[in-house]
Design a protein around this ligand. Structure first.
Ligand SMILES: *Cc1c(COP(=O)(O)O)cnc(C)c1O
Length: 341
């Protein structure tokens, strides 16, 4: 029976972080204007900061990562165009089919390999020739990190290089691109360099309550700003949220190493138990396969003791973030240990 015990340590996602007191202060004190008129100074500052960090021309604040990806895809692709994307990609699988429904963009999904990448030969095979039978292949969309895994810099160059040979645009769903950058020890501008547009979430490991930024080439960002309005994402005194984003970029990027170290500790601790098969994490997400005979009982045991994880079909996902410290990891491992005693 699933338990409804109160959550004590929340490993479900890094989206569950709550704004810290410092962040709330920044929000309360934010100077604001009307962002639809383009005169909210805090939004303008966040957008300039995001563009500078990522080494791109321009940025536009978005309500969510889903909205940001959709506006990005629609900025690249028109009705009847096609984007090549991984089967497991968020902007294909987890965004309610928005590209097709709202953008009239045909997805061309291809299998993700175990490391999250798309095989170059699969990408090449999916690019359509100029022939009236086919949709026009317009864009390659990659994701980094994907399932917590970091795509190597060399792969990003190869895949986007192939896309460029065929005149495709390149979009990166970089919801957790800062995690990838921190894990690689590279500036984020390095790992997003070959992409025209990049969507980054402020509301995950960076700890803001709401918001993403779409960053990239000026013409595409201009188009995305118009599309954002069409999608109902033109907001007014949204500097109160942008202030949280600025605070997040200033205070919560370098500390992502702590989340990665805690994920590592969690992975090592859980791997010691028979019946749990742990995938070595690159960043802050730990996937654990639970043997089918114990999956339900183990899940209930965790829930009963206030350890919240996501999962189904025997696979659990544990995400570390700002609001789970060393003590939470210790206690989660103790709780898990008691199950196996
Ligand atoms: C979370 C996430 C998004 C956006 O999600 P929202 O909940 O809409 O902010 C997009 N892509 C990836 C890879 C994500 O993890």
């Amino acid at each position: 029976m699933p338990s409804d015990a109160a959550i004590k340590h929340d490993f479900r996602s890094d989206t569950v972080t709550r704004p810290s007191s410092g962040m709330r202060r920044a929000m309360a004190e934010a100077e604001v204007g009307d962002d639809v008129f383009g005169d909210d100074p805090t939004v303008l500052r966040l957008e300039a900061m995001a563009a500078e960090h990522l080494g791109k021309d321009a940025a536009v604040f978005m309500s969510s990562g889903t909205q940001s990806n959709l506006a990005g895809l629609m900025a690249h692709c028109g009705r009847g165009d096609e984007y090549i994307v991984g089967q497991m990609a968020h902007c294909y699988r987890w965004e309610a089919g928005g590209a097709a429904v709202l953008g009239s963009i045909q997805p061309q999904p291809i299998a993700n390999r175990a490391d999250g990448s798309l095989a170059l030969e699969d990408i090449a095979a999916a690019i359509k020739p100029d022939d009236p039978h086919f949709a026009i292949t317009r864009l390659l969309a990659l994701e980094n990190t994907i399932g917590g895994k970091v795509l190597p810099r060399s792969y990003l160059d190869e895949a986007t290089g192939l896309a460029r040979e065929h005149d495709l645009g390149c979009h990166l769903d970089g919801a957790r691109a800062f995690n990838a950058a921190v894990a690689l020890g590279l500036p984020i501008s390095e790992i997003v360099l070959p992409f025209d547009t990049v969507s980054v979430c402020l509301s995950k490991g960076l700890g803001a309550p709401i918001g993403s930024v779409l960053v990239g080439q000026a013409d595409l960002i201009g188009r995305a700003r118009r599309i954002r309005k069409m999608l109902g994402g033109g907001l007014r005194q949204v500097g109160v949220l942008a202030a949280a984003g600025i605070y997040a970029l200033e205070h919560n990027v370098d500390r992502l190493v702590e989340d990665h170290a805690r994920a590592q500790r969690l992975a090592e601790g859980l791997a010691a138990f028979d019946g749990l098969e742990v995938t070595q994490p690159d960043t802050n997400i730990v996937f654990v396969d639970v043997a089918s005979q114990i999956a339900e009982a183990f899940g209930d045991h965790l829930a009963t003791h206030g350890i919240a994880v996501t999962g189904n079909y025997g696979k659990t996902r544990w995400v570390t973030h700002l609001d789970v410290g060393d003590d939470a990891v210790t206690e989660a491992l103790e709780v898990a240990g008691r199950f196996f005693d």
